[in-house]
Unconditional design. Structure first.
Length: 253
């Protein structure tokens, strides 16, 4: 099987001691590509450097809503420069987080809009973070109908999933689909059209069962794939084949 982890943060210090081994384990588990996600300017730079150093790694650049207050016009300019790297495949992760509210909501709106505009200017897709801001994000994305949109770690219900798909979005599912209490994610996994689904780990977070509570890593994409195959009563090979094709199509890799 060939798998793609569509969302990981392996540039972080959590992997400084064994990053090479993490990549080796990913390859051994069938992961042929990893999309490493920028969350602020510093991590976006690290993401690009990691992609340049490893053929299976691709990068996104962007400012997470937690860091929205620090986004300036100069930040946008530097993100635009970073995005010229041939291995940058999206703007992200960007969006709104009204659960933690680590940046004021007004700053989150401003940063999200600025980066959606940047993605439109550059012709790149966007990786969207949505936590407790479902309606607000859908309304904003309606204003950008030409953007390719991936809803990262989709946490909504079936109604929200339908509305996202109606707008042309793709949905990504990760570790929560394997949790005993992951009923909403499992319901979405059973229902979403397979040609609009991507796999992710969000490493080092949201580690799937049976490793929950430990550091996540891209090799565990195989566990997410296995669980979704079980829920859909399909073979793991079929789910892997289609989600990998979807990821290649969405990111243009």
């Amino acid at each position: 099987m060939k798998l793609i982890d569509s969302h990981a943060h392996i540039d972080g210090r959590e992997y400084d001691a064994d990053r090479r081994q993490v990549l080796q384990r990913a390859r051994a588990s069938g992961v042929v590509a990893i999309i490493n996600i920028g969350a602020d300017l510093a991590s976006s730079r690290r993401s690009v450097a990691l992609a340049q150093a490893h053929p299976e790694v691709y990068a996104t650049v962007g400012v997470h809503p937690h860091s929205a207050s620090r986004l300036t016009d100069e930040t946008i300019s530097q993100l635009k420069t970073l995005a010229q790297s041939p291995k940058v495949v999206a703007i992200g992760e960007i969006g709104l987080d009204f659960y933690r509210n680590l940046s004021p909501q007004a700053d989150q709106w401003r940063a999200f809009q600025a980066q959606l505009d940047l993605a439109g200017e550059l012709g790149l897709p966007v990786v969207v973070h949505d936590r407790d801001a479902h309606e607000e994000i859908l309304e904003m994305l309606k204003e950008h109908p030409r953007l390719r949109v991936l809803m990262h770690c989709f946490s909504g219900d079936l109604n929200l999933a339908r509305r996202s798909l109606d707008l042309g979005h793709y949905l990504a599912l990760g570790g929560p689909v394997t949790f005993d209490n992951g009923h909403r994610a499992q319901e979405v996994a059973r229902w979403v059209p397979l040609d609009r689904l991507l796999l992710e780990t969000d490493s080092p977070y949201l580690t799937p069962h049976p490793h929950r509570g430990r550091r996540n890593e891209p090799a565990y994409t195989a566990l997410v794939n296995q669980k979704i195959a079980e829920l859909r009563k399909r073979s793991p090979e079929e789910v892997a084949r289609q989600t990998t094709e979807n990821c290649r199509r969405f990111f243009g890799i």
